[in-house]
Design a protein around this ligand. Sequence first.
Ligand code: ADP
Ligand code: ASP
Ligand code: MG
Length: 419
Amino acid sequence: MALVVQKYGGTSVGTPERIRAVARRIIARKRAGDDVVAVVSAMGHVTDELVELAHSVSAEPPEREMDMLLATGEQVSIALLAMAIHAEGHDAVSFTGQQVGIVTDPVHGKAKIQKVQADRVREALADGKIVIVAGFQGVTEDGQITTLGRGGSDTTAVAVAAGIGADVCEIYTDVDGVFTADPRIVPEARKIDVISYEEMLELAASGAGVLQLRSVEFARNHGVVIHCRSSFNDEPGTIVKEADETMEQAIISGVAHDTSEAKVTIRDVPDRPGVAATVFTKMAEAHVNVDMIIQNVSEQGLTDISFTVPKTDLVRARRAVGEVVQELGARTWALDESIAKVSLVGAGMKTHPGVAAKMFSVLADAGVNIDMISTSSIRISCVIEADKVEQAVRALHSGFGLDAEMITTEVSPGCGEES
Ligand code: ADP
Ligand code: ASP
Ligand code: MG
C-alpha cells in the first residue's frame, strides 16, 4: 500500500465531465489499495476570470482582497470533486488550505509555504477517506488567506507530500510530462523520461510552466520525487528526482521560453558605489522579483541599468522605480513590455564549451537580435523581442538536435548526447 499525493491542474478539472473522470481515476487508485490525497486547481480559466473580474472593479485591487477572491476558485473545485467521488459511492472530504494548516508568510499573491500541519489529512486518511485539498492557497499565522503565485497548486501538492511523507507526488496535467520544449510551440518536442531537480529548476525558472518553480525547489529541499504526467491517459510521464548515473547525459535537456517579464531601464544613473545596491534594495523591499540585470559601461560618470521583472509585479515595480529614480537623481526610466526570454538548459554544458557560441549563431541565423544575456552553470538565457520568441524556440530546438525525428533517426553521438 502506498501513500500517494495526486495533483490535478485546471484543464484536468475544467468541466463536470472531467471532474467525474478525475474522481474515477482517484477511486481506481484507492481501490488498488493506496491512500490518496488529491490537490486540485481551480476549474479551467477560473483564476484568469477572477483576476479580470477584480480589475473590472478596481485598477489596483488590494492584495489581501485579491487573495480572498482567487482562493475561491479552488474552493469550488475541491467541493465538486468530493461530491463526484461521493456520487460514485466512495467517501471523500475536501479541505481548504487553511483547514489543512498550510501556513505561509504574509506576502499576498506569492506567499511561501512555511509549514504544513496536515493533522486533518492524516486523520481523514486513517478514517479511510479520500482527501481533497485546495491547491494554491494558504493562511498566515494570524489567519489571513494567501495565495502562492500562479501555478501554485503544484507547490501545494509537493508540500503536502512532504508534510505527510507520501511515497510519490503525481502532478497530473494536460500534456504527457516535461518535454524538451513547450509541445504547443514545438510539435517535435520529445518527452523527457527522467530529469534531475537541478535541470528542472532551471527549466521552470526559465518559463517552462508545466511545474511551478517553487514546487521543484520544495521537492529538492525535501527529497520529494515528482511524477509529472497526463490526466488523460495512463502513460508514464516524467520523473523529477536527484541526479544519478542512470540519467540520460544530454548536453542540452531543453529549451524554455518566458513572455511574462518586462524590461526596466533606468537612464543616466550616477556611476558610484552603492547605486546598484540602492536600486535593488528598493525592488526587494517592494517584493519585486528581479531576474536579469545589466549595467552598461559608464560614460562621464553616468550609466544605464536595465533589469527584468515579472509583469505581475509591474504596479509595485513602477512605484519603486519612480522613487529610486528621484532618490538617485537619474535622468529618466523606461519600460519595455514586448520582450521575451529564451533559454537553453542542460547539465552537460558544464563540461562542453561552445554552447553559448552556438546558441548565439542559431539565433543570428534565425534573424533574432539578442538584447540581454545571462548564464548559470547549466543555463544560457537571452532576452529577445517578444514577436520572435516562437521562431527562436523552434530554431534552438532543431539547432541543438532535440527534434524527435532527429533523435530517432540519428543515433550517432554528437546529436544532443555526450560523445
Ligand atoms: P495545469 O493547469 O495542469 O497546472 P499548466 O498549464 O500549468 O497546467 O502546465 C501545462 C502546460 O505547460 C502545457 O499545456 C504546456 O503548454 C506548458 N509547457 C511549457 N513548457 C513545457 C515543457 N517543457 N514541457 C511540457 N509542457 C510545457
Ligand atoms: N488556479 C491557480 C492558477 O491558475 C493555481 C494553479 O492552477 O496551480 O494559477
Ligand atoms: Mg500549472
